[in-house]
Design a binder for this molecule. Structure first.
Ligand SMILES: Cc1cc2nc3c(=O)[nH]c(=O)nc-3n(C[C@H](O)[C@H](O)[C@H](O)COP(=O)(O)O)c2cc1C
Length: 138
């Protein structure tokens, strides 16, 4: 076995054991749609045995950071389809990572500013978790 040897996981065959970790890039548009840059970025890395995408929210209430992509609208789905098609065409394997960042961030990022459970929000506020995440003060 070597770093460059192939492996099969279930019905997925990877050509080497170099896996790309999920990395949030914050390059999606305001509607959470990943653009051409994302397609270029992931396709450039198709020689990895496996790419794991940046975390992508499953709902508008699950957003945790500005300019992160989602997978809940038709536009987002179509954009991701272009990305995965491009990676596949370059011989890559790509797994999609989903996220829901929870009630603390839903208060800030969801369009309805949905009220969250107080214990989580208050604890996060005490710890200053919103700092340096592009949201400013709560
Ligand atoms: C800028 C940045 C963005 C990241 N984004 C994600 C992400 O979207 N999803 C995730 O599961 N992990 C994310 N991570 C965690 C990385 O996957 C993790 O750092 C990587 O697996 C290496 O592990 P280590 O930091 O413990 O060495 C991110 C890390 C960094 C530094």
């Amino acid at each position: 076995m070597s770093l460059m040897s192939s492996e099969t996981f279930g019905d997925v065959k990877v050509k080497n054991r170099i896996f790309m970790a999920p990395l949030t890039r914050m390059r999606a548009d305001n509607d959470g749609v990943p653009g051409e840059l994302a397609a270029e970025y992931y396709t450039q890395r198709a020689s990895a045995g496996l790419i794991i995408t940046e975390a992508s929210q499953i709902s508008e209430h699950g957003k945790g950071y500005p300019a992160t992509p989602g997978i809940y609208s038709d536009e987002q789905r179509d954009a991701w389809q272009k990305i995965t098609d491009s990676v596949h065409a370059a011989g890559g394997v790509i797994f999609f990572a989903v996220v829901a960042c929870g009630t603390y961030f839903a208060r800030i990022t969801s369009p309805q500013r949905r009220i969250t459970r107080r214990p989580i929000r208050d604890q996060a506020q005490r710890q200053g978790l919103h700092r340096d995440m592009g949201f400013g003060r709560l």
